[in-house]
Every structure is written in structure tokens, then in C-alpha cells.
Design a binder for this molecule. Sequence first.
Ligand code: SAM
Length: 270
Amino acid sequence: MAPSSFFFHSTFFMKIKAPFFMKKRKRTRNRAFSSIKREAARRKDSSKKEKNEVLEVWVTHYSSLQKFLLVGEGDFSFALSLAKGFGSGLNITATSLDPEGRVMKKYKKGKTNLQQLKKLGATIFHRIDATSMSNHKDLSNEKFDRIIYNFPHAGFRGPEHSMRVIRKHQKLISGFFDESSKLLLPNGEVHITNKTTGSYAKWDIEKLALKSSLKVIECIQFDKNAYEGYDNKRGDGWMRNNSFPVSECSTYKFKKMLDLYNSDDDNSSE
Ligand SMILES: C[S@@+](CC[C@H](N)C(=O)[O-])C[C@H]1O[C@@H](n2cnc3c(N)ncnc32)[C@H](O)[C@@H]1O
């Protein structure tokens, strides 16, 4: 074989070893490629994580990640205020004792509030009695992180300071506590917002809760202005669409005693 054709013979060409400086350049290039690949993978991974992360929004002490049951709504403005604040009503089930038609007739903004709530994805049930709600076909298989009843009231059936009327309100609240404790998720809370002075102080809410094995964990000043658009309603009598002053009132937070006992246990074993 002539030397020129020998040099261009393919097998010889393949076997020929690359000189040292060429190998080094190849190694550097490979390293650069793998660091680019690593960076691309890292970016892909973090953008995936960002997509999966759900944004948590807080409205006062309520989180958009909690599951809510609102009981005894008036014109549904409290439910709407939360849903608007969260940017979604998907985690909210809002209920009234009144049938839908009555909510729309009774309250000036009843109809529009319900329409907006539905648009935001909230679940709405009517004819839900707080004292038997766990048996309701749409609630019996559900559990919630927060069950909220603002200004529970059994209606205007005489002077508010009479013991007969006070007992009516107490019966409503006791029934609500009993039923709520059946619908709570582990570590869930029942919240009641109520006035704290005058005849309201005689309702003994904390004592009533104990009968349903619920214990008060916090009692905080209620700030109506923190809930944009919320219009607390009297809900009964000829002034049912009217609001009432909420100067001295608090939100009582209750938890199942069993949950408190278990969390004590967890802490002691730490
Ligand atoms: C003072 S209003 C408060 C309404 C509303 N929570 C608010 O803050 O605007 C009392 C509400 O309790 C409701 N209610 C009375 N008895 C009830 C019961 N057994 N179950 C559920 N709601 C009840 C009334 O329909 C009324 O809407």
C-alpha cells in the first residue's frame, strides 16, 4: 500500500489516538455541557414546583387553604367577603336557614351576593338548620377546618333580657355546637362571633360548648372592617334587612377537647 493511501485508510484513521491537548479541550467542553444540562434541569424542576405550589391568602385569621362551613348566613355578605379576599370560593360552603327565595326577598343584596358567590365557585345550601345540619344529605359526608356562625340568634321572640328568650338562643347555640363537633376535621375549630355585653353576656357560650366537648382556645375582638363588604344582618322581624352596631363583640374559637388532649400528648413526648 502506498503511504498516501495508508494515511487515509479509514481503520487507521479511527484507531489513531488524539494528542493530549485535544483530549483536554474535549474534557473541558464536556464539563461545560453537563453544567448547562444541570442548570436547565434545575430550572425545569423549580418551574414545575412553582406551578404545583398553591398560593395561600389570609383574610384576618382565615386561610384560603382551609375548608369552611358558614352557618346561619344572612345576606351571604360574610361568605362573599371571604371568597373575594381569597380570590375563590371553592373552599367555602355557605348555608342559610332561609330558603333561597326568602334570602333574595328578605335582603336587598341577597340575590347579587348569591350570584357572585356562585361565580367564585362557592357551594351554597339553603334550609340548613344549625341544630341538625350533620344529618343533611349534602353535609353528612363532609368535614371542615373552620365552622363559623356569626351572630347566632333564634329570632326576636320577646325582650332580649328575658330568661325565656335567652334560653331559646342557648338552645340554638348548644345544638350548633353538638352538630359542629360531628363535622370538624382533626384540629378543626368552631368560631362564634357574638356581642359580649348586656343580655348576651348571660348566654354563657363557653359553658354551652363544654357540653359538646368543645373548649374555648381564644377569644379575640371582632373587627367588622377587616371583612370588606360584610353587612351583619338582624335577620328577623320587620327590620330584618338592617345591620346592627357591633361595637363590643368577640370571636370565640373552640376546639375539640380530644384534639387539645392529643396535641398536649404530642408535645410531652417531644
Ligand atoms: C342575627 S342574624 C345573623 C345573620 C348573619 N350570620 C350575619 O352575621 O349577618 C341570625 C341568623 O341566624 C339564623 N338562624 C336562626 N335560627 C337558625 C337555625 N336553627 N339554624 C341556622 N340558622 C339559624 C337566622 O336565619 C339569621 O340569619
